[in-house]
Design a protein around this ligand. Structure first.
Ligand SMILES: Nc1ncnc2c1ncn2[C@@H]1O[C@H](COP(=O)(O)OP(=O)(O)O)[C@@H](O)[C@H]1O
Ligand SMILES: [Mg+2]
Length: 277
């Protein structure tokens, strides 16, 4: 199998000249971000050049403090770059409109039911009330939470809460999904299950995804491409397409394969070297 057959349609289309301005594509040109002013200013990230074609699952890896969350916030439009430009689908990102975002903790309304949390997202997304029930059922089915509408947030597990947060991020029909260490606070088993679910969801919806993690294992399992950042201010240390035979193997076979182990070792080694450099 050639690498283009297994890295997904986005790369193939880009190779065939389909413009990167397609819905969900991301382009960072010489992006630098600094917090604060004058003598107290901290350069958090950059300069970074990065083009993410529509439909790609890009995983961003790097040591704590290297600027991963800052890059995600720039792509979401929560921050504006100090230098350079950020474009999503060819235009400047707009907070709350450009991307669905999933954070490390679910950030749900704990006193509301699962239904209440999802409906709030549907309302913000501009979905008409008449369609809420159908859309909600569809979203909850996608993350494996059928039948939980009536449960209060504090009655469900941490893993289930993070599933609600993912469903909420999918509520708006925008083509970009940003996930900032979404599984870091979960136990290993739940984490592996959610990784498989996220892969399935994004494959089915075709959304462009940018996923931040410090785990080389998680990066190789999820990514169609891995970008490793140097230590702060982060710049691109490694940009690696991941060409694993995903269609042919189940999750366990994939994790147990020699190719998986080799890639994981390469990514882990680069992260360590980049953090020390
Ligand atoms: N709101 C902020 N104000 C000032 N400095 C910040 C702010 N957010 C992050 N930083 C600094 O920017 C750098 C990168 O942070 P961050 O993007 O959170 O890194 P990461 O997500 O890779 O851990 C760090 O040095 C951090 O202390
Ligand atoms: Mg972070």
């Amino acid at each position: 199998m050639s690498s283009s057959e297994i890295t997904g349609t986005a790369q193939i289309e880009e190779a065939q000249g389909v413009p990167a301005e397609r819905a969900g594509s991301v382009r960072l040109d010489r992006v630098t971000h600094r917090y604060g002013r004058g003598g107290d200013a901290v350069t958090a990230v950059g300069p970074v050049d990065l083009t993410i074609p529509a439909g790609e699952f890009l995983v961003l890896v790097g040591a704590s403090g290297c600027g991963k969350s800052t890059l995600l916030r720039l792509i979401a439009g929560f921050e504006e770059p100090t230098h350079g430009s950020v474009r999503v689908s060819g235009i400047a990102p707009r907070p709350g409109e450009t991307a669905g975002v999933v954070f490390q903790t679910p950030r749900l309304f704990p006193w509301r039911t699962v239904r209440g949390n999802i409906d709030l997202a549907l309302r913000y997304a501009g979905v008409g009330r008449a369609q809420w029930a159908e859309r909600r059922a569809e979203l909850l089915a996608r993350v494996g939470l059928e039948g939980t509408e009536g449960r209060r947030v504090w009655e469900i597990s941490g893993g289930q809460q993070q599933r609600v947060a993912i469903a909420r991020a999918l509520a708006a029909e925008n083509p970009l999904l940003l996930l900032d260490e979404p599984f870091a606070a979960l136990d290993a088993l739940t984490r592996e299950r959610l990784q498989e679910d996220v892969r399935r969801v994004t494959e089915r919806t075709g959304r462009t995804s940018v996923f931040v993690t410090h785990s080389a294992d998680e990066a190789v399992f999820l990514g169609s491409r891995i970008v490793v950042l140097t230590r702060s201010p982060g710049t691109v240390a490694l940009d690696l397409p991941i060409t694993l035979p995903r269609g042919d193997l189940d999750a366990e076979e994939l994790r147990g394969s020699r190719e998986f182990a080799e890639l994981r070792a390469q990514v882990a080694h680069t992260v360590k070297a980049a953090a020390a450099a």
